[in-house]
Structures are given as C-alpha cells and as structure tokens.
Design a protein around this ligand. Structure first.
Ligand code: NAD
Length: 299
C-alpha cells in the first residue's frame, strides 16, 4: 500500500472525523463537500476535534496542529480528487445522492484512484456500476468517535479486486484502526449482524412477558461475564433508533410481537422522554444505573 493522498468526500459527522484521523496519522488529506459553506462547517467541526484528541489520547498541541495543517478543503470535485490514491465517501445515506456522486466521481478521478464507501446500511454492489471501476470499489466503515472506537469494517462486493481489498486493510491499520475484513457483502456488517438479532431476542422476551429487563440483563451478564446486558446496550443505542428498527421490521413482516414492541417503545419510552442514556433515562436511570450497583449480580 503506497497511498499518500486521501480525499474524504462529505465532511459531516463521520467525514470530518475520518479526514482528521487520517491527517493525524500523517497522510495528506483533501476534504470535499458541496460548497464553501459546508466546508466552513467542516473546518469548525474539525477544529473542535483537536481538544478531544488532546484529552482522550494525551497528544500535544503541536501534534493536533500539525494534523490540521495536513488538511486541504475543496468544493470542486475534479480538483479535490486530482491526485487522490483513495477517496473515502461519507455523504448522506441516500441511494440517489450516492449514485449521482459515484457517477460524477468515476468520470473525474484518475484511473489509479480507489473508492471506498463509509455507508452503514447500503451495500457497495448498489453503487459498483455507477463508479465505472467496480474492481477498485469496496466499503470501509468506521464507527462514530473514530479516534476512540477504532474499528474499520472493510467489506468486498463480488467484483472487488482482492489486491485492492488487502491494500485498504493495510491503509486502515496505518490510520490507527483495527481492520475487520469481511470477504462477502453482509447488510449490517459484522457488528450489527450480531447485535440486532441479540437485541431483538431480548426485546421479544420482554414483549412476550417472559421476564423483565433487569432479569434478562442479569442472566446475560452472569451467564457470559459480559459487562452489559441487552437493555443496557439499548439505552446506549438510544430508544429512538431501537424503535425505528423495530417499526421497520413490523411493517416489513407484519409480526404482531414486533408491532406490540414498537407501540411499547413509543408510548412508554419515547413519548415520556425516556430516550436512553443520552436523556438520563431509558430502561435504566442514569447516572448510577442499577446494573452498575455492586449487588446487582448477587440476587
Ligand atoms: P452527515 O449528514 O453528518 O454529513 C453528510 C455530509 O455530506 C455533509 O457535510 C453534506 O454537506 C455532505 N454532502 C451532501 N451531499 C453531498 C454530495 N453530493 N457530495 C459531497 N458531499 C455531500 O452524515 P454522516 O452521519 O457523517 O453520515 C455520512 C455517511 O457515513 C453515511 O453513509 C452514514 O451511513 C455513514 N456513517 C455514519 C455514522 C454516524 O454515526 N453518523 C457512522 C458510520 C457510518
């Protein structure tokens, strides 16, 4: 892997973090967004990351300033990718917007450039044709607060060149991530393929009135030694997101339990402002939730 120049397209929540982390690890980074106003927001957003890096990683002012100095901001796509070895796309999760972006990008990027999407829910095969270079396209998926939650799920589609895949795995490691290679397309990557069914199973035990959330969490924690049970995790994910997932499943399958669950989450939690950890209450109250108390696992 001899990537040097990286372009990050889209400079919102994740794009700004990806750009700054990549620059922090010594790469030259061009940030591309639709207009100068968006780029101004990006500069503000990235500047706010500097104290967080100092606080969380214990790095110096010089280091965070040097990282910032490796960033260039451009709103002209052809200029932004003129010398890019890799373009990481973090634009809105909307199929039409991404398709249009890849169609434009495929026309203006040099032949050498590799494209990677940070999409959380869409698959690379949905855009492979639009890129005009399917063999040089794959998914590279980061988690929010990338400098602390440093996973990078790297996912092929059927047509991705294996050499490109391996280069991107190496690149992910070079920017301080733990690379997690997926050799086949999988909606939800690895984490959500495990987590979503696990949380569904816990919620179904609740809606079928088999057991209450604390008992379910205790069972999981004592039985496996895990630090958190599913309802404590749901409080971190947020009840809004949990509700959206359950509601979509209820609509797609017509499953009565999922419908009941969607109603419960809406009426008993969302409507009462219990959105999870972020609002101080969800299945538990914060700070000092019951599952953190010393006697929680004892009886
Ligand atoms: P966001 O809304 O915060 O940012 C999107 C950015 O894209 C904005 O700066 C916007 O101006 C820009 N944009 C819009 N249209 C564009 C275009 N045609 N070309 C270039 N830039 C354009 O979004 P986000 O939360 O950063 O999500 C971006 C991508 O990252 C999505 O695919 C999402 O699934 C993925 N992702 C998000 C998270 C998260 O926690 N937010 C985590 C992992 C992956």
């Amino acid at each position: 892997m001899n990537y040097q120049n990286i372009t990050v397209a889209g400079s919102g929540v994740l794009g700004s973090q990806i750009a700054y982390q990549t620059a922090f690890k010594g790469f030259q980074v061009t940030v591309y967004d639709i207009n100068d106003e968006a780029l101004q927001h990006a500069q503000d957003r990235i500047a706010k990351l500097k104290p967080l890096y100092q606080q969380d990683l214990g790095v110096t002012q010089e280091e965070v300033d040097a990282a910032y100095a490796r960033l260039t901001f451009k709103s002209d796509l052809a200029q932004a990718v003129a010398n890019a070895d890799l373009v990481i796309e973090a634009i809105p999760e909307v199929v039409a917007i991404k398709t249009d972006f890849y169609t434009q990008l495929g026309k203006v990027a040099p032949a050498k450039t590799i494209f990677a999407t940070n999409s959380s829910t869409l698959l690379p095969s949905q855009f492979a044709a639009a890129t005009g270079r399917p063999a040089q396209f794959l998914a590279l998926h980061f988690a929010n607060t990338i400098w602390k939650n440093n996973t990078a799920e790297i996912m092929k589609h059927a047509g991705t060149d294996m050499k490109v895949f391996e280069e991107v795995v190496e690149f992910a490691r070079a920017i301080g991530m733990v690379p997690l290679p997926l050799y086949k397309e999988q909606p939800g990557y690895i984490l959500n393929s495990l987590l979503v069914p696990f949380l569904d199973a816990a919620e179904l035990l609740l809606i079928k009135e088999v057991a209450d959330p604390e008992t379910i969490d205790k069972t999981w924690m004592i039985g496996t030694g895990a630090p958190l049970g599913p309802f404590a995790i749901l409080d971190i994910v947020g009840i809004n997101t949990a509700h959206n997932i359950v509601e979509a499943k209820a609509a797609a399958t017509g499953d009565e339990n999922m419908k009941k669950l969607a109603t419960l989450l809406k009426t008993e939690y969302i409507d009462k402002g219990k959105l999870g950890r972020a609002t101080g209450e969800g299945f538990y109250t914060y700070p000092n939730p019951n599952f953190e108390k010393t006697d929680f696992l004892k009886g």
